[in-house]
Design a protein around this ligand. Structure first.
Ligand code: SF4
Ligand code: SF4
Ligand code: SF4
Length: 425
């Protein structure tokens, strides 16, 4: 089986096809700390793409409450269990060698098996299954927001009620919201598994699509995708998935003025947790060094945003700023070994990071570059025992044509409504 380089794992891994990378890659950063689970993103996608007959249980974008919620129910626990069983059978462990960090391995090296390698180990090189996976039941697709706002029990408290309160870094009782859509993976499991070769990755932007004419509804993609983002439509008997709102990405949406525009789920985010981008890639799949690109900066320089379950091996292109209050072992399992550093950097953000975080949801244009104009110091304090200062810098975002798309300050300006308009809107 061909070997491909997965930078999130810091090593080569097996994949059924040879390496071939797009010119740029659809990617996004989500700040889990800010999400209010309003589901505006979910409804924006639903009302655009999946409101038809046969799509009732189809939510390309969903927001679930962790640790108990999931759509389809138990998707991550079930996949982790399959992977864990495969390791136990092989006498192997799912570990990370964090010490082996380097420029092409920012999180060290993953020493366990990916879902592709576990499938080969279990079924053999000529086996019928190329990816370890499972097909969710109809019941599991039925409740997209099950266990909404359900927290873990408070340990030690009478009736589960805390008398002590909680403090960072870890709350004793916790939950958080996980926002999910297709990750338009670099090595898509859905594409690897499709016996009809109906799934393809676009060379211009890395968007992964299902050809509706070629698909015969075998659901191999549904079984293989660890994130469970391809979905079967019983009325047409073919599978469908997030299309990355491609007219917007192409700049052909009437609103976009010819430049790439953020997708429906991104542009509608009320909590301002989402930032989308197109990152340029080298022929070997690595990201072209682009210091002033907001996503490059957050993922590669600050390392504040991390991939979701990198150990699955698909090299997902969605990145998450982890929640600050959740027990670290849980987060390390979900986002890999970069969690502690990411939370530390988010908790006391650098001057530059604080400015870049202001760009979230300030424009519908996809930003290709940012610049910062320095402003005065406005606040001083200590964070985790270290001095920390806030500056009222101005951050300017530029669109794909290099035009200024937005300019915002770190301190939000205060507008005082004149007395004669006090009760009007
Ligand atoms: S719109 Fe934004 S804040 Fe609301 S649920 Fe979606 S991701 Fe969270
Ligand atoms: S998230 Fe799933 S459906 Fe999307 S590209 Fe990756 S493997 Fe395919
Ligand atoms: S990118 Fe577009 S199609 Fe994909 S989940 Fe978001 S709104 Fe839906």
């Amino acid at each position: 089986m061909p070997q491909v380089y997965n930078w999130q794992l810091g090593r080569k891994m097996e994949y059924p096809y040879e390496e071939r990378h797009p010119k740029s890659q659809f990617a996004f950063v989500f700040n889990t700390n800010r999400c209010i689970a309003c589901q505006t993103c979910t409804m924006a996608c639903k009302s655009t793409w999946t409101f038809g007959k046969g799509q009732e249980a189809m939510w390309w974008n969903n927001v679930e409450t962790k640790p108990y919620g999931g759509y389809p129910q138990f998707w991550d626990i079930k996949t982790l269990k399959l992977l864990d069983d495969a390791h136990q059978k092989a006498g192997a462990t799912m570990g990370w060698e964090a010490g082996k960090q380097g420029p092409s391995k920012p999180y060290g090296e993953y020493s366990g098996m990916t879902l592709f390698e576990a499938a080969r180990q279990r079924y053999g090189p000529e086996g019928h299954q190329r990816v370890l996976g499972y097909l969710p039941t109809d019941e599991e697709w039925r409740f997209p927001n099950i266990y909404e706002d359900t927290s873990t029990a408070y340990e030690g408290g009478r009736l589960g009620i805390s008398t002590e309160g909680a403090s960072l870094p870890e709350h004793k009782s916790w939950f958080f919201y996980l926002q999910r859509l297709c990750n338009h993976c670099t090595y898509p499991a859905c594409l690897a598994a499709c016996p009809r070769k109906a799934i393809y990755k676009r060379p211009e932007d890395g968007i992964v699509l299902i050809d509706q004419e070629r698909c015969r509804g075998y659901r191999a993609c549904v079984e293989a995708c660890p994130y469970k983002k391809p979905m079967y439509r019983p009325t047409t008997r073919v599978s469908e998935k997030c299309v990355a709102c491609y007219p917007r990405i192409e700049g052909t949406d009437p609103l976009s003025e010819g430049v790439p525009m953020e997708t429906r789920c991104m542009a509608s985010c009320v909590g301002k947790i989402r930032m989308q981008g197109l990152v340029k890639t080298n022929p070997d799949g690595s990201w072209v060094e682009d210091r002033q690109h907001p996503l490059y900066y957050m993922v590669k320089i600050e390392k504040v945003a991390l991939p979701l379950y990198p150990q699955f091996g698909t090299e997902p292109n969605g990145y998450y700023i982890p929640p600050r209050w959740v027990p670290r072992p849980y987060l390390r399992q979900m986002f890999g070994p970069g969690v502690d550093e990411a939370i530390e950097r988010y908790t006391a953000p650098s001057r530059e990071l604080l400015a870049v975080l202001q760009l979230f949801r300030t424009t519908q244009k996809i930003l290709s570059r940012y610049e910062i104009k320095q402003g005065p110091k406005v606040y001083e304090t200590t964070v985790n025992g270290k001095p920390w200062a806030m500056y009222n810098d101005t951050v300017i975002g530029y669109d794909a044509k290099g035009r200024e798309a937005v300019s915002v300050t770190v301190e939000e300006p205060v507008h005082v409504r004149p007395a004669q308009y006090a009760n009007s809107i």
